[in-house]
Design a protein around this ligand. Sequence first.
Ligand SMILES: O=c1ccn([C@@H]2O[C@H](COP(=O)(O)O)[C@@H](O)[C@H]2O)c(=O)[nH]1
Length: 246
Amino acid sequence: MGGKILKRYSPMVAIDVATKNEALDLFDRLTVEPRPILKIGMELYYHFGPEIIKEAQRRGFKIFLDLKLHDIPNTVKRAMFVLGQLGVDFTTIHAAGGSEMVAAGATGLKEGAQAAGLPAPKLLAITQLTSIDEQILHDEQHVDLSLVESVQSYAQLAEKAGANGVVCSAHEVQAIRQVTGPDFLCVTPGIRPWNFAKGDQKRVVTPHQAHDLGSNAIVVGRPITQSADPVKAYQEIEEEFLTEED
Ligand SMILES: O=c1ccn([C@@H]2O[C@H](COP(=O)(O)O)[C@@H](O)[C@H]2O)c(=O)[nH]1
């Protein structure tokens, strides 16, 4: 990997579980240093709403609220205004919704945070989901670009529209760095320790590969949440991803 990565975050742990008890149990166990950033996704948020975010914030966690907004610009702007008031640190929008939608989302998010007297969360645009491969891109989405070109093009769109970064796989980070500014974030799910099954993920790397490919942050769910010892799994992944110089 060429230049120094300006910012690396602790691993983001995707708390994709069905019950509040399971979520709270993980929150309590994961109160370790360096603190993970907790990713609250659709499953927990649709069940429990802002209260589950508050539970995590009360324990000192930074929150990545991953709801992947995708609708017409006005609807997204208004929804982002609401999310901007929750005190979360990161949130997501689909770049496929177009530059006008991403720009509207970015504005709504900033205005919501401002109205609540909070710092604006970082807005990350989803490029191509890590469950998509070249075959699905061509045969089902009928996209003529290669996967990396498609991700690169979404990253440029997102940066111009005011997003702070993208969600992509680590495989595309170097291509994205060629067309975006140095502080544009590449947050990468699809992380699989060498001994963990890919499952529905297609574009996967190990934590170590994600480090070497230049990810700013990795998102890890099942390899931690399904482990018999989630804290040990988190710490092993964190050690593999973050080095002394980070
Ligand atoms: O392209 C994307 C965007 C988001 N995700 C989310 O990350 C986690 C990954 O979970 P694993 O269990 O480690 O596979 C999950 O919450 C997804 O919604 C993604 O995987 N890919």
